[in-house]
Every structure is written in structure tokens, then in C-alpha cells.
Write a protein that binds this ligand. Sequence first.
Ligand code: CTP
Ligand code: MG
Length: 234
Amino acid sequence: MKYTAVVLAAGKGSRMNSKVHKQYLMLAGKPVLAYSLEAFERSAVDGIILVTGENEESYCRTEIVERYGLKKVTEIVAGGRERYHSVFEGLKAAAGSDYVLIHDGARPFVTEEMIQKTMQAVREKSACIVGMPVKDTIKISDCENHVLDTPRREYVWTIQTPQAFSYGLIYHAYEQILKRPDCQITDDAMAVEQICKVPVHLIEGSYQNIKITTPEDMLVAEALLRQRSGTGAL
Ligand code: CTP
Ligand code: MG
């Protein structure tokens, strides 16, 4: 069985307000993107497709893939305008895989164990996504900030990556959803939920598996790294 990781790094990081795209910002001397690539390198996946911005391929090749000795990165492809365009480019490059694990390059704290758990789960259930139960109460509002509903907290999850699928299933779901003029999906499972009749299975990731999105996330990331290296108080 062939497992391919598709790691996404083609975003512009507009919410980060930084000149350098957030996936290339330095975290304890190493680019954010290198952390998740290293986790996949150490894992049992067979190959990694790196999806990056146009004109960023050569930077990624020399400064990340070669510098950190990432031998499993078989291809670096250019992404697209929206995340789902980038995913589809990655999926095309992953042709011939049995399973794909789609991961945000802006989530440096994915671990080998999490990847292992996801690979195991997707063999039994063909759509498996990592997330965590929410800690806060969540409310659904209308466009005027009036509360419409409060779902029961034990059934509400925040969704992370990796998201793993049988290759044929996710390729078909994306191919169909991209034909829609109002495609508004924000994660990969949404494509399967809207197109296929296959249930999407939730598995627990970690509260540490944060996505670097706004500047304070870098502070959290630095604290998490200090803890990992045994010098932090967390
Ligand atoms: N991504 C991508 N291609 C895009 C948009 C996003 O590959 N067109 C990637 C990002 O690089 C990131 C992941 O998808 O690793 C999650 O997206 P997000 O956190 O939204 O990143 P950005 O789109 O870069 O940030 P923002 O939404 O703040 O502009
Ligand atoms: Mg975005």
C-alpha cells in the first residue's frame, strides 16, 4: 500500500501580517515548514509532495528539502489561489497512491505518532481526520451576531490536519467540488461530506497541534518548543 503525504505551503499568510510567508518564518532557528516535513520524513509514509507558491519552488528545494535532508520529498509543485486549488495540485502529483495524508505546512507540531495513528485509521475507514474536542462553548450566530444555536459541547470538535483518505475517494470529491462555482470548502473532509456518501471518522490529534495563523501563535509555538526540548515549564 502506498501512502503519500501532501504538505501544503502555498498560502500567503495574510492574517500573520509578516513580510515572510508564515510557513517560512524561523522557529528556534528552523523554518516552520521544516518541522512537519521532518515528522513525515521520520514516519512510515512512502513519499511527500510539497505544494508551494509559484516562484518558491527553488527556495524550498535548497533551503528546506536539501538543507534538512528530506529524502522522501519526491516532488515540489506549485499550488493555487485557494487552499483547495493547492490540494488538488498535490493530489494530481500523488497519482498512483493508495492513501493520501493532507497536512497544513503551517502546523509544525504534528508528530510521528499522530501520523502513524492516522495511517492505521484510514486503512479501516477511508476518510479520517484529526481534531480535538473544543474547550470553549461554541455558539452559532446569524450575520447580525445574534445567537441562533448552542451545540452540545461534547459533540463539537476543532479540526486539524493530517486528514487522510483513500486516494480515489478524495480525488473524486475534489474533482467534483471544484466544478462548483460556489466551492467554499475550508478543509478536505468537507469535499467528501458534500460529494460522497462515505462517513468521515474523527480521531484525536493533540491540543499542541496548532496552526500558525496570527502573530501570537508564534509565541505559543516557541513555548511549546521549549517544553519539547525540556527547557520550558509547560
Ligand atoms: N495554503 C495553500 N494554498 C493556498 C492557501 C493556503 O497551500 N492557496 C496552505 C497554507 O500554506 C497553510 C494551509 O494551507 O499551510 C492552511 O491555510 P491557512 O492557515 O489559511 O494559511 P494562509 O492561507 O497562508 O493564511 P491566511 O488565510 O491568513 O492568508
Ligand atoms: Mg487561508
